[in-house]
Design a protein. Sequence first.
Length: 142
Amino acid sequence: MNYEEYRNAYFVVPTPKPRYRFGGSFGVTLYFEDFDAAVEYYRQVLGPPAYVEGAGTRGWPIGSGWLTLLRGGAGNPRNVEVTFRMETPAEAERLQRAFIEAGGEGPTPTDQLMYEPIRSCPVRDPFGTELLIISRSPGGTD
């Protein structure tokens, strides 16, 4: 399916008017029972956190928002997918490799249609959290 067929099949026309005027997304917060191990894993990939509050909060700036890890919860994040949008497909693949080399797992990147043509580079961190690393791609389908 090409992008035109995809848009015709899945997008509502006319586009419904949004109820609110969003300025973006501030970020994502994940609660980890294995907090110290989670901080170490994300530190290996993203570098040292730019925000440190007490013994239970660490944050990294991601685009115009933040990825925040908090100590707590029973278990680790489940039933959630965190999306990182990168500037280029090469940068998306580079970040996916870094997450995998630090102990995550993920398949070979593919081109997909998801609102637009994207390069999809999924990863599951060692704690079971799904990460989707994407970038706009020229193709859109494998």
